[in-house]
Design a protein around this ligand. Structure first.
Ligand code: DNO
Length: 398
């Protein structure tokens, strides 16, 4: 194995409004970014011109557009209602336009209603840094006592139900209102300022869409877009559910190895692949990360690296990149072996996912993109880069 086996080092970039600039990203030692055209509404067309503008903007800083994250799938497509045929046509055209401009790798997710979910975006660690945190009981307060979703109790353990009740009972009216807003505001997949009623309406769109139905919609989506992707040499990569278990009664179909197996077998094609996100996947103890790389490797198109610390009560927080429950050195060793076998035009790009908020970032205005401050990710990337160099060196000097 030589240095060609190293994953391509990238950062996520949220576009011109991202407080972390392209120059910052360049200085962190990245060769590319994962980014999206965030100004284009979900379902609408990405024209060649808009894509080229972004490619040129990145090139000014010597950066490539390593992966599109994401080319979002509209709720109409997921639920197969309203404008979904037109959105699918736009999706195909956008894939063509991206490929034509030299951007063939496209990440998306198939999570209903919401992208990733946490209950606290600024969880204080003993060293004063902050990270993202999920507490099922806290979420339960919201779901069982504020949203009052019928049947929500079924998703909780008796201990979590009791804890949620105690937390709710201890709050007065003002605290409850504050709590409701805090939870609604931390749904990163939702525009800030959503009300409880509009949130209920979002969820209602999925009434009657159980796991089997959602899988069917997903298959129909893949059948509609994968042939186009294959024809133009694009590669689609599905991001795992985050967290990888059911929430809010919504179906989950991209959480486990067997889910991913079904996804790649549903519409077999080199264009139908995976974004391997160790952070999302490691929030479940039964996901064998190294085994997944070994067994699903040929379908993996790109990588997100981070780790979470799971606790016995079901809470988890985002650990530092080399800490927590995911064995990142072991996963990295497998990823390097895998990448070594990939052709030059399909080498895996990776980005250190969510970092801690630490050092000077704590003194700056809160980043609108939780988890995406610069310094924590720079630390993560530095550790991952060192790990890759060490593993390559060790393989050459056995
Ligand atoms: C969180 C990210 C996700 C991911 C999307 C892909 O930080 O990993 O938001 O970008 O789910 O569509």
């Amino acid at each position: 194995m030589n240095s060609d086996a190293m994953l391509k080092e990238c950062f996520r970039w949220f576009g011109p409004n991202d407080p972390v600039s392209l120059q910052d990203i360049r200085q962190c030692g990245c060769m590319g970014v994962f980014t999206s055209l965030h100004h284009i509404p979900y379902g609408e067309l990405w024209t060649r011109e808009e894509v080229r503008k972004r490619v040129d903007q990145l090139a000014e800083y010597g950066l490539e557009w390593s992966a599109v994250e994401s080319l979002p799938i509209s709720e109409a497509i997921r639920t197969r209602t309203g404008d979904f045929e037109r959105h699918l046509e736009n999706y195909r055209k956008s894939i063509e336009n991206l490929a034509a401009e030299g951007v063939p790798l496209i990440i998306y997710n198939f999570m209903p209603a919401l992208d990733w979910v946490r209950t606290d975006l600024a969880w204080k660690m003993p060293d004063g840094s902050e990270c993202l945190h999920f507490d099922p009981a806290r979420f339960g307060v919201f779901e069982m006592h504020i949203l009052k979703r019928p049947g929500a109790e079924k998703d909780y353990t008796p201990a979590q139900i009791a804890k949620a009740k105690a937390m709710f009972d201890a709050m007065d009216e003002a605290e409850r209102a504050k709590f409701e807003k805090a939870i609604l505001d931390v749904f990163p997949g939702v525009k800030m300022g959503v009300t409880l009623d509009s949130f209920r309406a979002m969820l209602a769109k999925y009434d009657g869409i159980d796991e089997a139905k959602l899988r069917e919609h997903y298959r129909l989506f893949l059948e509609a877009v994968v042939p186009t992707a294959e024809r133009v040499g694009a590669r689609l990569a599905v991001h795992p559910d985050d967290p990888p278990f059911p929430i809010l009664g919504l179906a989950r179909i991209a959480s486990t190895e067997s889910d991913f197996r079904q996804i790649v077998e549903m519409v077999p094609s080199p264009a139908n692949g995976l974004c391997f996100c160790t952070g999302s996947l490691s929030a479940r103890g039964d996901n064998d990360l190294t085994g997944m790389v070994q067994r699903l490797g040929k379908h993996i198109h790109c990588v997100h690296l981070r780790s979470v610390q799971r606790n016995p009560d079901g809470t988890f927080y985002e650990a530092a990149h080399m800490e927590g429950c995911a064995n990142i050195p072991a996963v990295m060793a497998e990823l390097l072996k895998l990448n070594d076998t990939k052709p030059a035009d399909a080498k895996l790009p990776m980005r250190p996912d969510h970092g801690r908020r630490l050092l000077d970032d704590l003194k700056k205005p809160v980043n609108p993109n939780p988890g995406y401050d610069c310094l924590g990710r720079m630390k993560g990337l530095a550790e991952l880069r060192g790990l890759m160099h060490g593993l390559v060196y060790a393989s050459q000097n056995k």
